[in-house]
Ligand binder design. Sequence first.
Ligand code: XMP
Length: 305
Amino acid sequence: MVNTERFIQQAVSEIRELTGDARVVMALSGGVDSSVCAALAAQAIGERLEPIYVDTGLMRKGETERIRQLFGHLNLRIVDAADEFLDALAGVSDPEAKRKIIGERFIRVFEREAEKTGATVLLQGTIYPDRIESEGGIKSHHNVGGMPLGIAFTQVLEPLRDLYKDEVRDVAGALGLPREIQHRMPFPGPGLAVRIIGDVTREKVAVIREANAIAEEELVEEFRPWQCLAALVGLGTGVKGDIRLHGWIVAVRAVNSRDGMTADPLEVPYPVLFKIASRITAEIPSVARVVYDVTPKPPATIEYE
Ligand code: XMP
């Protein structure tokens, strides 16, 4: 991207021209991509933008309240679809099948909501690396490969399609979005589902939501990683009190990256790792073991699925 201001002007006029007088629906996750997309569209078409936040039941701790605070001034609709997503995922362990189910659910929720308002255009915050990874067959990002096209929408617009993450952050700054949004860590569209290896249950989601909150509390402020996370990687033996028990194994990961295409693990000081492990095992009784992942990407991806 050559020039941030020029990009903003072009994107705003593109959205205005392409949408005509149609109502436009978009998924606002609260991440930097969708927030920038919403801000551009709000400039372009004002009240005709219908941002929808879907609570998939796979979001981070406190996310729904945060969204309400940040975007309550827009025409925002908050949809509680947690049961719908979690029921659809029940018993499904294959990573691609999970992504497809989530992508499809998203679209169904949009369609339903759009029907209520007569929106015919779908706006998405897809960025360049999402397209590359989907087209390269690495995995289907929920907002590209997982989406069954040919639905009720007459158009799908992706104004950020050629941008890298750091460019999106520059645009966020130029648009005057809060710093908290501009520097927010990426969070995958399929949410905590890709931080649970194998099938997704309500119990696993509750465990990994809490573990992610702890990892973020201990790492974000102090180390400003590009991304950090906790993933549920299996079951193992542990001992609590004097009882041997089967408990969850949680992997903590913190990486630096430019655009998510490659990543280097953060050298987190041992006392911090020790504190994270102590907190996770103490605050989440069903966790028996915590490990820290030191694998770069490649060969490992940032997420666990
Ligand atoms: P991976 O795990 O492929 O992740 O190294 C690279 C970056 O992309 C995010 N990610 C996703 N984002 N839908 C998204 O919107 C997805 O399906 C998805 N999978 C991974 C990941 O969090 C990291 O920032």
